[in-house]
Design a protein around this ligand. Structure first.
Ligand code: G6P
Length: 607
């Protein structure tokens, strides 16, 4: 989604802004721009397309000592130069960047249009610059404060004014904004990755808060101009974590990082002596956890698939009814919230609007919502009633991989804790802990088969439709495999329970629709084999992920990827790896922009 960077300091502003925008590229965008000021001379440069095109506009010049920059993911008005941010007021004195959506922009615009003023863009943003200019009486903070109550919707904004060179005013309502503190330089950003190269001291703004920065200081305040004392927090990520480090793509790097990221998710959270898990961040006493009668996990996209697996496991191990819900849907179905239900939101970014709003809806009804997030200091992490960080390190590729397996790892620890409070024996608890601990080794061994999976991608990447099929806990993995393939290669793929194909999808099977079967050596293996045979009988090509030693599968499928044996409930961790690699290599073969697939954004901060 859209990204914001702001800078006041001693370095050339254009360099800092362009570098910051480059770091925000991963969020997904379709145009970019900067406005830099040298004294009260502003230069505005914006362009449809990638940062490299904006870079070309700037050329070799280093411009300005302060300024604001933006990457835009089009919502109102197509992706073109005119609609790109920053936007200016009628006279050009006010320049502004905005993330979020102003719902009443049409109404607001009308007032200006009726007095003959002309807008340059179709955006919902430009009108804010007009309004600030109108309200300006010599003090930018005051003008911004006056305008904000008139806006309906969500925003993170950064504004500059020609009469106040060297100053940026930022405000937040629903779209993240963080202040970075340096020595004689200050930063504003929608995401810490934009400023990590310069500082690790950050102040996260809350909704309803404003900030004003100059190179030597900052002031945080609210709409009534009351000063708000904010805590300076340390950004825990390292710069090297947001670099490719020899890999061709972030996605490739992140797939390979799963060997370590997965253990970071359960490190210090498993107790062998009592054969249980411990998640301190939940802020719940054992007797409160024991009183839980229902678990609901809310999430979107890949996180929803992790949530489905988590719900399955909680019900299976802890015998607590559990389900996963799409956050976009639960929010509007007037959900029944009961005092003994426990809600979880799962979100890599901690900013997904659908998930955030679902959380708020449950909280409004008095429910307790715990968060599983990767991004420290994110809105969901701060607004949830307790929660756990994934510690998977920054995930930069739009398509989520390592966050998914870390989400699973945390959900497994959670299921184990809930189960050990109820019916699960020490022996069975220990088995789960042991199986979790050897996962990194097993993941490593699957990663050694990259060349084989790449060869399969070479063989299959020209097919236009795929089915991904699995059962039980591997059914959501099939959905995730299909999602990954469509996200980055744009090949149409559907994820189904293998049992369901006879109820519809089998109609699609012919020699042009390959099926990707997930076949662990579990209770349902033979039934899945029957489904494979049904596909084969209709001339469908078969790729199978099966367990080492299962030679029968090699006799049925056209191609097999073997994974190591593990405990039945652990297969989702291993099954997903080949699907990630297969999607990655298909996308490469098709020449796709793997890390920034078309139309997608890393964190979707609009509904
Ligand atoms: C977007 C991303 C997906 C992600 C989903 C949920 O759609 O493109 O990759 O799975 O949001 O994101 P979250 O940050 O809440 O896990």
């Amino acid at each position: 989604m859209c990204g914001i960077v702001g800078y006041c300091g001693y370095r050339p502003a254009s360099v800092v802004l362009l570098e910051g925008l480059k770091r925000l590229e991963y969020r997904g965008y379709d145009s970019a721009g900067i406005c830099v000021g040298t004294g009260n001379k502003f230069e505005l440069l914006k362009k449809r397309g990638k940062i490299r095109e904006l870079n070309e506009l700037v050329g070799k010049r280093t411009l300005g000592d302060f300024g604001i920059g933006h990457t835009r993911w089009a919502t109102h008005g197509e992706a073109n130069d005119r609609n790109a941010h920053p936007h200016t007021s009628a006279s050009g004195d006010v320049v502004l960047v905005h993330n979020g959506i102003i719902e009443n922009y049409a109404e607001l615009k009308k007032e200006f249009e009726s007095s003959g003023q002309i807008f340059q863009s179709e955006t919902d943003t430009e009108v804010i610059a007009f309004m600030i200019e109108d309200a300006y009486k010599g003090n930018l903070e005051n003008a911004v404060r006056e305008v904000l109550p008139l806006l309906k919707g969500t925003y993170g904004i950064a504004v500059i004014h020609k009469n106040e060179p060297g100053k940026i005013v930022g405000a937040r309502n629903g779209s993240p904004l963080v202040l970075g503190i340096g020595e004689h330089e200050m930063f504003l950003a929608s995401d810490v990755t934009a400023i990590l190269a310069y500082t690790k001291d950050a102040v996260y703004l809350n909704d309803g808060e404003l900030v004003s920065i100059t190179k030597d200081g900052y002031r945080t305040f609210d709409i009534n101009d009351t000063i708000i004392q904010k805590q300076v927090e340390q950004i825990s990520w390292e710069l090297e974590q947001i670099e490719k480090r020899g890999f061709k793509h972030f996605m490739q790097k992140e797939i390979h990082e799963q060997v370590e990221s997965i253990s970071r998710a359960f490190q210090g959270r498993l107790n062998k002596e009592s054969a249980t898990g411990h998640l301190g961040g939940l802020n719940m006493l054992p007797n409160e956890l024991l009183g839980v009668r229902r678990v609901i996990i809310m999430a979107a996209g890949t996180s929803y698939h992790a949530g489905m697996i988590g719900a399955y496991l909680i019900e299976k191990l802890a015998r607590i009814p559990a389900s996963a819900e799409l956050s976009s849907e639960i929010r509007y179905k007037n959900p029944v919230v009961e005092h003994d239900s426990l809600y979880f939101v799962v979100s890599q970014s901690g900013e997904t609007a659908d998930t955030l709003q679902a959380m708020r809806e449950i909280q409004r009804k008095g429910g307790k919502v715990l968060g599983l997030c990767n991004v420290v200091g994110s809105t969901i992490a701060r607004e949830s009633d307790g929660g756990v960080y994934l510690h998977s390190g920054p995930e930069i590729a739009v398509a989520s991989t390592k966050a998914f397996t870390s989400q699973l790892a945390v959900l497994y620890v959670l299921a184990l804790s809930l189960a050990r409070m109820r019916h699960l024996s020490i022996e069975d608890g220990l088995k789960i802990i042991n199986a979790l601990e050897v996962l990194p080794e097993k993941i490593s061994s699957i990663l050694k088969q990259t060349a084989h999976i790449e060869a399969l991608a070479e063989k299959y990447h020209r097919y236009e439709n795929f089915l991904f099929l699995g059962r039980g806990m591997n059914y959501p993995v099939a959905m995730e495999g299909a999602l990954k393939l469509k996200e980055i290669s744009y090949i149409h793929a559907e994820g189904y329970s293998a049992a369901e194909i006879k109820h519809g999808p089998i109609a699609l099977i012919n020699e042009n629709t390959p099926s990707f079967f997930l076949v662990p050596d579990d209770l349902l293996r033979d039934k899945v084999i029957t489904n494979m045979k049904e596909v084969k009988a209709r001339k469908g090509k078969l790729i199978a992920v099966a367990v080492e030693g299962d030679l029968e599968i090699a006799g049925i499928a056209d191609d097999v990827i073997y994974i190591p044996h593990t405990e039945e409930i652990m297969y989702p961790f291993l099954m997903v790896l080949p699907t990630q690699l297969f999607a990655y290599y298909c996308a490469i073969k098709l020449g796709r922009d793997v890390d920034q697939p078309r139309n997608l954004a890393k964190s979707v901060t609009v509904e």
